[in-house]
Design a binder for this molecule. Structure first.
Ligand code: FAD
Length: 450
C-alpha cells in the first residue's frame, strides 16, 4: 500500500510550486509533487538555442511600474534575473508590405485607430447582447480586409487589447513589460523560490517529495481521501490533491476521475477557450534587419491573417545573437506544429525575403515549440471570453470534494500570465488550508464526543 501524505500536488509549474511553498509556510510539509515533465517550470521553460536561452513559454514579466508591485517582478528581483525593457507599441510603425516597403506612419496610425474604434464598437455590441439589450447592437463594425488591416487586427486582438478595454494586469501593476534575458532562464526564478522549501544542492532540487517524469492518469476520490495512479504504475495516497494542470489537459482525456467530475465542473472546463501561442526562433549567420531604437518589433502585412505577422529581433536581449523570433497563434500555430520544421523554415524565409530582399542569408537553425501537441499542455493559456460570467471562473476553480484546482486558468483577474499562476497558487493553497482546519475541527469534535 502507498504511503499516505497530507497533500499531493499535480504539476510543478509556478502555481503548483507556489501552492507547495504556502503549504510549507503553514507547517504542511508532508506533500508530494508529481510532475509529468523532466523538469520543473511547466510553461516557464527555456532551451539552449543558438548560444542563448530561448524562452519557449513565458518570456515577459508583464505589468510593472504601477502603484502596486507585481509579485513576479519581486521574485525576479530576488532571483537577480536579468531583464530588459520591451515596448511593442512601436511595432505598428514598422509594418512591411510584401515588397519590403514600410507603410508610412500616418497610414499605419490611421489603420490602427480604425481597428481600435472597430474593436470598441464590437465590444459595445457584445456588451449590449450580454445585457440582452440588443437595440444598441445595431451597428456592425467593419471587418479587416487589406493586408495592413489584417496585420493590425492580429496585433490588436492576439497581443494587445489594452487600448480597447482595461486589462487588470496593466491597471493594477503598471504598463511596463520586461523581457527576461537571462542565461539561467525565466525558470531560475522558480528554482530560487523552491530553495525556500525543498532540499537543493548546487542549484539542483534533490528533494524526494518532488517526483519528475511522473504522469498522473487517474484520480480516485472519496470522503476519506484521494488515490492517484501514475502512468508507470505507482500509486500515491493523500488526504487532498491540488491539480495545477492546464485547462487544455483538463479538456483532454489524460486524467480520468473516479467518480467522474460533476457536470457543472465538466461544463465549465469545456466552455473555456485555449489559446495557442508559438514563438519560433531563427538563427542567422549575421543580421540583416535594422537595429536602431524602436525597431525591435516589426510586422509583416500579408493577405492571410496571422501569417508570420509579428517579428522581434533579439539584439536588445542578446547582442550579437543574430536571432529573430516570429510569433504565430491559434490556427497558424496548429498548422505549423503539424508540418516539418524545414517547411516552416522555408515559409519564414519566404516572408523575410519579401521584407528584406532576396539576398539575405538562410537561417542556419530553427526552433519550433509545440505547445498544442504537448500532451502535458494542450495549448498555451486559457482565454476567457471578454464578458465571462463570474460563474464560469467560479466553477473552474471550485474544489470538488478533496480535489482542489489551481493554475493560471483559475485566476479571475490575471489568467494567461505567470503572475496569474503565482497568485492562484496562493489562493488555492489558502482555500485548502481553510478546508483542512475545518476537517480537523470536525474530527476533533467527533473524537471529543467519543
Ligand atoms: P503550468 O506551468 O503549465 O504547470 C502545470 C504543470 O502540470 C506542468 O509542468 C505540466 O507538465 C504538469 N502536468 C500536466 N499534466 C500532468 C499530469 N497528468 N501529471 C503530472 N503533471 C502534469 N505569461 C506571462 O506572464 N508573460 C508572458 O510573456 C507569457 N508568454 C507565454 C508564451 C507562451 C508560448 C506560453 C505557453 C505561455 C505564456 N505565458 C506568459 C503564460 C504563462 O506561461 C502561464 O500562465 C503560466 O506559466 C502557467 O503556470 P501554471 O502553473 O498555471 O501551469
Amino acid at each position: 500500500t502507498p504511503r499516505r501524505s497530507s497533500v499531493i500536488i499535480v504539476g510543478a509549474g509556478i502555481s503548483g510550486l507556489t501552492a507547495a511553498k504556502v503549504l510549507s509556510e503553514n507547517g504542511v510539509d508532508d506533500v508530494v509533487i508529481l510532475e509529468a515533465a523532466d523538469k520543473i517550470g511547466g510553461r516557464i521553460r527555456k532551451e539552449e538555442f543558438g548560444g542563448v536561452a530561448a524562452e519557449l513559454g513565458a518570456g515577459w514579466i508583464a505589468g510593472v511600474g504601477g502603484k502596486q508591485s507585481n509579485p513576479v517582478w519581486e521574485l525576479a528581483l530576488q532571483a537577480k534575473l536579468r531583464t530588459c525593457f520591451s515596448d511593442y507599441s512601436n511595432a505598428r510603425y514598422n509594418i512591411y508590405d510584401h515588397s519590403g516597403k514600410i507603410f508610412p506612419s500616418g497610414i499605419a496610425a490611421d489603420s490602427y485607430k480604425k481597428a481600435v474604434d472597430s474593436a470598441i464598437q464590437k465590444l459595445r455590441s457584445q456588451e449590449g447582447n450580454h445585457n440582452e439589450n440588443t437595440e444598441d447592437a445595431a451597428e456592425t463594425p467593419s471587418t479587416p480586409k487589406t493586408p495592413i488591416e489584417l496585420a493590425i487586427d492580429f496585433i490588436l486582438h492576439d497581443f494587445e487589447m489594452a487600448e480597447v478595454e482595461p486589462i487588470s494586469t496593466y491597471v493594477d501593476f503598471g504598463e511596463r513589460e520586461f523581457l527576461v534575458a537571462d542565461e539561467r532562464g525565466y525558470e531560475h526564478l522558480l528554482y530560487k523560490m523552491a530553495e525556500n522549501f525543498l532540499f537543493t544542492s548546487e542549484g539542483k532540487i534533490m528533494d524526494s517529495r518532488l517526483k519528475l517524469n511522473t504522469v498522473v492518469r487517474e484520480v480516485q476520490h472519496s470522503r476519506n481521501g484521494v488515490l492517484v495512479t501514475t502512468e508507470d504504475g505507482p500509486l500515491y495516497e493523500a488526504n487532498y490533491v491540488i491539480l495545477s494542470v492546464s485547462i487544455g489537459v483538463l479538456q483532454s482525456d489524460l486524467i480520468s476521475f473516479s467518480p467522474p467530475l460533476p457536470r457543472w465542473k465538466m461544463e465549465a472546463v469545456r466552455n473555456l477557450d485555449v489559446m495557442v501561442y508559438t514563438k519560433i526562433f531563427l538563427k542567422f549567420p549575421y543580421k540583416f534587419w535594422p537595429c536602431e531604437p524602436e525597431k525591435e518589433f516589426f510586422i509583416y502585412a500579408h493577405e492571410r491573417r496571422g501569417y508570420y505577422t509579428f517579428w522581434q529581433h533579439m539584439e536588445n536581449a542578446y547582442p550579437g545573437s543574430n536571432m529573430l523570433v516570429v510569433t504565430l497563434t491559434n490556427g497558424e500555430s496548429k498548422r505549423v506544429e503539424a508540418q516539418s520544421d524545414q517547411d516552416t523554415l522555408r515559409e519564414a524565409m519566404g516572408v523575410l525575403r519579401n521584407m528584406f530582399g532576396p539576398d539575405i542569408p538562410d537561417a542556419t537553425d530553427i526552433l519550433v515549440p509545440r505547445w498544442w501537441n504537448n500532451r502535458f499542455q494542450r495549448g498555451s493559456y486559457s482565454n476567457y471570453p471578454i464578458y465571462a460570467n463570474h460563474q464560469l471562473v467560479h466553477d473552474i476553480k471550485e474544489p470538488v470534494g478533496r480535489i482542489f484546482f489551481t493554475g493560471e486558468h483559475t485566476s479571475e483577474k490575471f489568467s494567461g500570465y505567470v503572475h496569474g499562476g503565482y497568485l492562484s497558487g496562493i489562493d488555492s493553497s489558502n482555500a485548502l488550508l481553510e478546508k483542512m482546519r475545518r476537517d480537523d475541527g470536525r474530527k476533533n469534535e467527533s473524537q471529543a464526543f467519543l
